[in-house]
Design a binder for this molecule. Structure first.
Ligand SMILES: [Zn+2]
Length: 478
């Protein structure tokens, strides 16, 4: 069954199609350009719905709440996964501590890889952290990840990534022995990464997907910070990071299990002085690459029935809290955070106990496995859509040489050869999400009868099957 995005009405009007055809054939801007008489009213009718890819829909059906439950219970069985807990061979053998958790995650990824004929490359990223406030002695920290390499040589360099942190803690960040079940924080996010790997490894994509689980989050984002710096240093073309942290859907009375929050930074942590000047001048506070990624997830949420709806929160993270997406933001990557709607703080970072009738501790009994599966479906649909899509168009510009009421956008073709056409999208400066889309065909230049002073534009690439790239907001060109 096909699902259609709810915003916008289907199909362009005949007159607009004629205008587009006419201008493509005879347009004053030449054969590689596009222009149209687009009034704001007409434009409302032109946003094409994003059609669901039947293969992605079928994959989403494979995501299993039972598998997720088994994985979270297994993670809890290690007693504690505190980053500074035991990781010597004896503890690993006894199935206790973070070392045992790490080895088990690795073996799970390897098992999925065996099931797909070795399609996953399972790797570790180990490093030594010197003592800090929350790391009393020199400690080896290990991130575990699996790579589903893109099948298209010209697109395999592009990477999308899903992550959760497998370390846990209780009331005391230095308690290496006490139980720290971490079922929700962040057994749930780890389970999302694992389940996406199990299911998506059965498919093939032109671009690469990385399934990551990091340690050190609770001690100071150490694992993600090391990984993000490695990706930056090695020049990874990392286009999207989905961080899942506390997606267990805690079963408190006031929980809404139909919603997951999606946090994204506004002004980028990695913005240069020049970037900040442009953002201030043009009203670019809500168009970081992370925010575009959040909007993309919202679109995916309308196209596929994941069972949970993303609620965009235009904010880096919750008050007083941080997460692994920020490590990637600091290195200039687009990264967002998924978190359940209503957290129960009795069930996070607490020793397991009952006090005055209140149950404390992050134990499996409070996790809603169906909810985690829904969040995993939303992640998997986003990863699959991005990994199937063409690369975004390059060097997108809006011409600002002359004072004029039309707007001309230019760009270079989407690298990698997957793009069949381009679309210009736009929205009012006061609107949270893209409101309109205009098909441009194969041209790499478009003039719209809309003033760039009044809207925010972006350009995206679309392949033959309708997979859409992340949109790119133009920079001004004089
Ligand atoms: Zn966490």
């Amino acid at each position: 069954m096909l699902h259609f995005k709810t915003i916008g009405r289907i199909a362009a009007t005949t007159s607009v199609l004629v205008a587009a055809l006419y201008s493509q054939m005879f347009g004053a801007l030449g054969p590689r350009s596009w222009s149209a008489s687009v009034s704001a009213n007409l434009a409302r009718e032109m946003a094409d719905p994003t059609m669901a890819d039947p293969q992605i829909e079928a994959a989403l059906q494979q995501i299993s709440a039972h598998r997720i439950q088994a994985n979270i219970e297994k993670l809890v069985s290690f007693g504690t996964r505190l980053t500074i807990s035991a990781q010597d061979p004896a503890s690993i053998g006894a199935g206790h501590g973070i070392g045992a958790a790490r080895e088990w995650i690795k073996s799970e990824f390897e098992r999925y890889s065996k099931d797909c004929g070795g399609c996953l490359e399972v790797k570790t990223d180990s490093f030594t952290e010197e003592p800090t406030e929350r790391i009393p002695k020199t400690t080896e920290i290990t991130n575990v990840y699996a790579v589903l390499k893109g099948t298209d040589a010209a697109n395999a360099k592009r990477i999308v990534l899903v992550t959760g942190h497998y370390d846990s803690r209780n009331s005391d960040t230095l308690d290496v022995n006490g139980d720290a079940p971490g079922a929700n924080d962040d057994g749930s996010g780890t389970a999302v990464s694992l389940e996406c790997a199990r299911v998506l490894s059965k498919m093939k994509f032109p671009a690469t997907i990385v399934f990551l689980t990091v340690a050190g989050e609770e001690q100071g984002l150490n694992g993600s910070s090391h990984f993000a710096k490695m990706a930056k240093k090695e020049g990874w073309d990392l286009q999207a990071i989905l961080n899942n942290d506390i997606v267990g859907g805690d079963k408190s009375a006031e929980q809404d299990h139909s919603v997951v929050r999606l946090f994204s930074e506004g002004v980028p942590a990695a913005a240069t002085e020049q970037d900040l000047r442009r953002i201030r001048g043009l009203g670019g506070e809500s168009d970081s690459s992370s925010r575009e990624l959040a909007r993309y997830v919202a679109d995916v949420g309308r196209t596929y029935d994941a069972g949970v709806r993303p609620m965009l929160v235009f904010r880096l993270d919750r008050y007083l809290r941080g997460g692994d997406h920020y490590s990637f933001n600091q290195q200039g990557f687009a990264a967002v955070r998924f978190t359940e709607l209503r957290e129960d703080f009795h069930h996070q970072h607490q020793n397991v106990r009952t006090e005055n009738g209140i149950e404390y501790g992050d134990t499996p009994k409070f996790v809603d496995y169906d909810y985690v599966a829904h969040v995993a479906r939303l992640n998997a649909a986003t990863l699959a859509s991005l990994a199937a899509a063409p690369a975004p168009p390059a060097n997108v510009h809006v011409l600002t040489k002359d004072l004029e009421n039309d707007s001309t956008l230019t760009w270079e073709p989407s690298p990698g050869g997957l793009a069949a056409e381009y679309e210009v999208v736009w929205r009012a400066t006061t609107s949270p999400e893209w409101e309109h889309a205009q098909k441009i065909g194969t041209a790499t230049r478009a003039t719209l009868k809309l003033s760039k002073d009044n809207v925010i534009f972006a350009v995206r690439a679309v392949d033959k099957a309708g997979h859409r790239s992340l949109p790119v907001v133009p920079v001004p060109e004089r």
